[in-house]
Design a binder for this molecule. Structure first.
Ligand code: CIZ
Ligand code: SF4
Length: 319
């Protein structure tokens, strides 16, 4: 325990010395989220992380999350140095949408407006007309639909299908999925509801349609946190990465949160629903990059200029 305190103190000191600010995602280790809060950094979803990093005066951003979040920070702030505790932390959505195949898919459908989820590479963003996060996907697609535009959506098919069902827009889907959210099971949640009959079911729309169908509320991480606060239920079954429990328990301490099952059994699970890439961010590799450098995020400048356009469109739309 003394070692952890020492490590935390060292990170705090190094952040100051390096004029650096820590930008962390809700899904990272609670220790990292706590440090980001204590040091004036940010703990949030990818939309807010992007905005915070861009607007913060620090010359150096340390992004605790996955690769696309570091890249987004660099694209929006090319003049800042961006570091990550590890450059190995990626995302199944990013991996499942390689630029060559994606670009060919877009070329086959020139009549469609290309809308990509933030969980994509810089190259895929550079090919897109719009970037969205789950918190504004519905609003953006609604807006495009009202203008009569047809959509090409990538990479998450579950989120894309949810957006299509909700907006009624003409949406062509890429076949990608999040390995964490795709595992939630409707039957498991229904079984759990027998144990907690008064619990509300809060679901991230990267989950399968069968899970979304039994939700009391569907939304992004930030929207789930707000709903947990606002709904009258004292118990909540949560279908998103369990990293979010840190913020849920902090902001809504009087309620009980139960992770949604990733098996049909109804048994709660302690190690499931935890993104393996998010989990690669830890205090020791965070301290290491601050002390020794390395793990700097680089984005090809020409690609960055292209990718900044749909990203800025997203931030302006959300503002
Ligand atoms: O699943 C993810 O990676 C999410 C929810 C990212 C985000 O938008 O914050
Ligand atoms: Fe990607 Fe899913 Fe991990 Fe988020 S939780 S980073 S969408 S694999």
């Amino acid at each position: 325990a003394a070692e952890r305190v020492e490590l935390r103190d060292k990170i705090k000191r190094l952040l100051k010395e390096r004029n650096a600010v820590l930008v962390a995602h809700y899904y990272t280790d609670p220790e990292i989220q706590a440090l980001a809060e204590e040091t004036g950094g940010c703990v949030s979803d990818s939309l807010e992380m992007a905005r915070f990093g861009r607007d913060h005066p620090a010359s150096t951003l340390v992004v605790a999350g996955v690769k696309f979040m570091g890249e987004t920070a660099k694209i929006l702030s090319p003049e800042k140095q961006v570091f990550m505790p590890t450059l190995e932390a990626t995302c199944s959505l990013d991996i499942g949408c390689p630029i060559e195949e994606f670009s060919a898919f877009c070329d086959q459908h020139p009549d469609r407006t290309v809308v990509v989820y933030a969980n994509t590479s810089a190259a895929v963003k550079a090919r897109a007309d719009w970037v969205v996060t789950s918190s504004i996907a519905l609003d953006v697609v609604d807006h495009l639909d009202s203008e009569g535009q047809k959509i090409l959506w990538a990479p998450d098919k579950h989120l894309g299908d949810y957006v299509r069902r909700e907006t009624g827009a003409d949406v062509l889907l890429w076949d990608g999925a999040c390995i964490v959210h795709e595992e939630f099971k409707a039957q498991g949640i229904l079984d759990l509801k027998k144990v907690y009959p008064d619990a509300a079911v809060l679901v991230h729309p990267e989950s399968p349609a069968s899970v979304v169908a039994i939700a009391d509320m569907v939304g992004s991480t930030t929207q789930i946190i707000n709903a947990a606060r606002d709904l009258p239920n004292k118990q909540m079954i949560i279908a998103t990465d369990q990293g979010i429990f840190y913020k849920l328990q902090q902001l809504v301490p009087d309620k009980e949160f139960i992770i949604a099952p990733t098996a049909g059994s109804g048994a709660t699970c302690r190690s499931c629903a935890n993104c393996p890439w998010m989990a690669m961010n830890a205090l020791d590799n965070l301290a290491y990059v601050l002390e020794h450098g390395g793990n700097e995020v680089h984005v090809d400048p020409a690609l960055g200029v292209q990718a900044m356009k749909p990203l800025t469109r997203m931030l302006d739309f959300a503002a």
